[in-house]
Design a protein around this ligand. Structure first.
Ligand code: OFO
Length: 181
């Protein structure tokens, strides 16, 4: 049985991942409102990835026979109008918060000699490197072409080609019928 402190922290991480989904869903909406369909799609795929990050912890807790304690999800806190550059800066800022949270979970697992959870969390440690890299790259690309509408147009088309890599059917994923990433 997992220690109560790690159960609570993992449940809090489910909540933070759901909040991440909310942030990306709101960013996608802001982009759709400005007819940036490619950026909107990119953020909505990220929304789905965040739901997967939450479901992966949910499954781990179930597999460990630990309780799932779902709390209210924090609002996205976005202004009504946001530029493309601000949107990607927001995503980097948010990912840095998530990385800090994952690292403190790893520290707690170590402190508790919880080897299984520490190993489980390694997927997230690696994933956060990727999340921050993607957000940083997007900022660099937008900054490079900031004043060029045609440049932004092409970047919108390019990011709109992003494809979903996470499992899509969460019921099958929880039942162990869909492959984990
Ligand atoms: Fe779940 O990685 Fe982004 O927030």
């Amino acid at each position: 049985m997992l220690d109560r402190r790690i159960i609570d922290a993992l449940n809090a991480q489910i909540n933070l991942e759901m909040h991440s989904g909310y942030v990306y869903m709101a960013l996608s909406a802001r982009m759709s409102e400005q007819n940036w369909d490619g950026f909107a799609k990119w953020f909505l795929i990220q929304y789905h990835e965040e739901m997967y990050h939450a479901m992966k912890i949910y499954k781990y807790l179930l597999d460990q026979g630990a309780p799932i304690l779902l709390k209210p999800v924090e609002a996205a806190h976005l202004p009504e109008k946001i530029s493309v550059l601000e949107a990607f800066k927001k995503s980097l800022e948010h990912e840095q918060r998530v990385t800090a949270s994952i690292h403190s979970l790893v520290r707690l697992a170590r402190e508790l000699n919880d080897y299984a959870t520490e190993q489980f969390l390694q997927w997230y440690v690696k994933e956060q490197v990727e999340e921050e890299k993607n957000a940083t790259e997007n900022i660099v690309h937008v900054e490079r072409i900031q004043d060029s509408t045609s440049g932004l147009y092409f970047l919108d088309k390019k990011l709109g080609k992003r494809e979903l890599e996470a499992p899509t059917n969460f019921a099958e994923f929880i039942a162990g019928e869909e492959e984990e990433e």
